[in-house]
Write a protein that binds this ligand. Structure first.
Ligand SMILES: [Zn+2]
Length: 207
């Protein structure tokens, strides 16, 4: 299924386990949900470990670019326990099909466009590029923020059916983010994909 995995560079990210994750039927990834924490990074990481919270996400990213993985991915060698419990608890009925990335945003009145820092967006985009490569997730944002449907690709918590959250809010810079995911998706591979033989022949003929 993931023939290209051997040439893929895993982003540098540590692991701190959240107990809030489940197995059962296998996760069938079709996209990524962008969230914000409405609290500080350390608080969110602690909250996802707190037995009271009953929530989690696969990754949490800080405003300064720090990041941590808290729920393992279905593929091997991607951090965390290999116990079959790969669904994070971040978007109810969407947990079986969506990875969740939380961003440190929305606290203490920090709710403007500038508070989506480049450090945070780039750190997150690299993780997203890795997920897209592993699971053949399209780098696309098919829905507008007011539409709830089972999208394939990228969306906000506000897009997931059966959820009432409004994150990542009106200021999330989708165009910038998706461009950065595309940039990282090209650089995560150790070497460029081989040029198809037919293209090489055409190139030789034109030389
Ligand atoms: Zn959310």
């Amino acid at each position: 299924m993931h023939q290209r995995l051997s040439g893929l560079t895993r982003p540098d990210v540590g692991y701190r386990n959240s107990p809030h994750r489940s197995g059962g039927s296998p996760m069938v990834p079709q996209g990524i949900v962008i969230h914000y924490t409405a609290g500080r990074y350390d608080g969110a990481v602690g909250w996802f470990q707190n037995p009271v919270s009953q929530v989690s996400a696969h990754f949490v990213v800080a405003r300064d670019g720090r990041r941590i993985q808290m729920v393992p991915l279905p593929d091997p060698d991607t951090g965390g326990p290999r116990d079959g419990k790969y669904k994070a608890w971040h978007c109810k009925g969407g947990n079986s099909v969506y990875f969740g990335i939380e961003h440190e945003y929305g606290y203490s009145g920090a709710t403007g466009p500038a508070d989506w820092t480049e450090e945070m967006l780039d750190s997150s985009a690299e993780l997203s590029a890795y997920l897209c490569a592993l699971y053949d997730i399209p780098i696309d944002v098919p829905l507008d923020p007011d539409t709830r449907d089972w999208y394939t690709g990228f969306g906000g918590h506000y897009n997931v059916p059966g959820n009432d959250h409004t994150d990542p809010g009106p200021h999330f810079p989708w165009d910038y983010y998706i461009n950065r995911v595309e940039d990282f998706s090209n650089s995560l591979w150790e070497s460029p994909l081989p040029v198809p033989a037919t293209t090489q022949q055409v190139a030789h003929r034109t030389l």
